[in-house]
Design a protein around this ligand. Sequence first.
Ligand code: NAD
Ligand code: SER
Length: 321
Amino acid sequence: MKNILIIGATGQIGSELTLKLREHYPHGNVVAGYICGANHFGPPLDSGPAEEVDITNAQQIADAVDKYKIDTIYNLAAILSAVAETNPQLAWNVGVGGLYNTLEVAREKGCAVFTPSSIGSFGPSTPADGTPQDTIQRPETIYGVTKVTGELLSDYYARRYGVDTRSVRFPGLISYKTLPGGGTTDYAVDIYYSAVRGETFKCPLKPGTFMDMMYMPDALRAAIEIMEADPSRLVHRNSFNIAAMSFDPEIIYKKICEYVPGFKMEYELDPLRQKIADSWPNSLDDTCAREEWGWKPEFDLDAMTRDMLHHLRKKLGVAND
Ligand code: NAD
Ligand code: SER
């Protein structure tokens, strides 16, 4: 039996991961942690136990862990890259202060901890193509600074205190259930909404801006598989490169046009997001994840596009194919 606390359960990943974990561990408690002011309703909070857990409040984390005899914490609280640049202090308090609180509670109470890192943990001096697992990490965003700090701190707690910390560097995640929270890769979700609504998509990034992306079902599977992996096989812990596909705005636009003929895209660049995207890798090498815990994505761009369009048409009430 597993008792899991998800901090940040109402976000893009948490809103789906909470339900997936409840399905995967039907005999345990999967507790959705939310903060006041965020969405208080919806499936994660209605379909199982839910507690107010602000990650900057260590006592709230400890109380939830005690109340539900939590053995595993999924820490999804963060301020995503573009929004973080507008409030770096908040990004640090949530991303690093919050992680420190989580790791301290985990150390005292014997919990395992999953805290995602990101392609944003890399910077302009990182090799951009086939970015290796172990390489230069000198990000120029506050988001990236929190991610590198998080990787190091998580490894430290594993080494020094034996806390079972594990994680992955997620690419940009594409999903149809909950909108992304203000990142640089959000355009790759927004473009599908425009296509289904019959609107011209205003692309904030210029052609040739390549980044790693992944469909949500693969990301959810990765988050579960890494925590279930045989620890004796893990050479790395925080954090594993994982990859599924890499594309630029032109490639995803042309793919959507195969299924939505006549769909239009114009460029209306967002200088902040462009600068961030230019500093991130084009494509990661995920060999270590494949070798150490059997990582393998299931969705490529074509399969993801067909599934996204199908579900978004249903969600938005547009006649399906
Ligand atoms: P999101 O912005 O959609 O959700 C973040 C969640 O954190 C929200 O539920 C929000 O209410 C919560 N939160 C904010 N401040 C909090 C606080 N003080 N205490 C508790 N909760 C707080 O983000 P997401 O896309 O679901 O990302 C989850 C994790 O995955 C983050 O660490 C993010 O950096 C990482 N990640 C996401 C992507 C992606 O494309 N979605 C890619 C790489 C890494
Ligand atoms: N999707 C995230 C962002 O763009 C990547 O970590 O901020």
